[in-house]
Design a protein around this ligand. Structure first.
Ligand code: OGA
Ligand code: MN
Length: 294
């Protein structure tokens, strides 16, 4: 059956109508990849994928990420994701170590900015919802870049931002211990261009709460600039806010979008299952892309 879709908001997100069997078989995979790139978020309703189905759908779209590079409070590498699937829950009984990192999801972010090649996309499906909070919001970083003036673009195209785990987590954590700091600090500081010149030729802002400072300029100027870009990019016109229903499958682009979840109660039992697709290209700056062309 042909695939149809409609916009969830003007500049972010589309709901896609497709048979579950077609989703599992991958017949429309190329079309879905293209739509994900264009729309940032794809919503499928009434899919109810189990873990195996979630992995199968993921594999039709890209390379399923196995394992992850997070470290637990005692410094050991976490094995979450070894089955190609992570349970996202604040309940330490569901996901003992990972739960500690999750409050970071309350702030606008991209996943894996401490990696050289950040993940391409995430497939996300609810198992239990929270009665309050728990909506997930998505902001289109292509559109936010597109709307800047030529002058602003020329300036930002040259800049690089250092991303750190401390910057991502400190603002949302209370009673941080030296041990917490030590774990966060064990992650590499990663410098990325502020503007991503994608292989497709499109450009997006690389923004995330993990963005600690802009290289080569003073601290207060760097802080103000990142804050102002964050405010620009998270304006309503670039954002889609998703209210979850059981059965939903959402796929978000992690290369041209930021996301966050609205705070929910740790006791709510909110639980999602997630598969991640490996990234396919490093973040290349417009300046570097130009040099490669010459
Ligand atoms: C994530 C994330 C948001 C949510 O899993 O990376 O940001 O709605 N989740 O739980
Ligand atoms: Mn996330």
């Amino acid at each position: 059956m042909a695939l149809t879709s409609e916009k969830l908001s003007e500049r972010m997100g589309s709901q896609v109508h497709i048979d579950k069997a077609d989703l599992l078989s991958g017949v429309h995979a190329a079309e879905l990849r293209a739509l994900l790139d264009q729309r940032g978020v794809l919503l499928f309703r009434d899919i109810h994928p189990d873990d195996q189905e979630l992995r199968t759908i993921a594999r039709t779209l890209g390379e399923l990420r196995i394992g992850a590079s997070k470290r637990g409070a005692d410094g050991r590498t976490l094995n979450e994701g070894d089955e190609g699937l992570i349970k996202i829950s604040l309940d330490a009984n569901v996901n003992p170590d990972y739960a500690k990192f999750l409050p970071g999801n309350y702030l606008w972010h991209m996943d894996g900015t401490y990696e050289e090649v950040p993940p391409l996309a995430t497939l996300f499906t609810p198992y239990r919802l929270s009665k309050t909070g728990g909506d997930t919001m998505f902001a289109n970083t292509y559109a936010a870049y597109e709307d800047l003036s030529d002058e602003e673009k020329a300036q930002l195209d040259q800049l690089r931002v250092v991303h750190t785990m401390q910057a991502a987590l400190f603002p949302v954590m209370r009673d941080v211990t030296p041990e917490d700091f030590a774990v966060w600090y064990s992650y590499p500081h990663r410098s990325h261009p502020l503007v991503w010149h994608h292989r497709s030729g499109r450009k997006s802002l690389v923004l995330s709460t993990s963005g600690a400072w802009i290289e080569g300029i003073g601290q207060s100027e760097s802080h103000d600039m990142l804050e102002s870009l964050m405010r620009h990019t998270t304006q309503d016109k670039y954002v889609y806010r998703h209210k979850w229903q059981l059965g939903d499958l959402v796929i978000w682009d992690n290369t041209g979008a930021m996301h966050r979840v609205l705070p929910y109660d740790r006791e709510s039992g909110r639980e999602f299952h997630r598969c991640t697709l490996n990234g396919e290209e490093p973040i290349t700056s417009p300046a570097r892309a130009m040099a490669l062309q010459d």
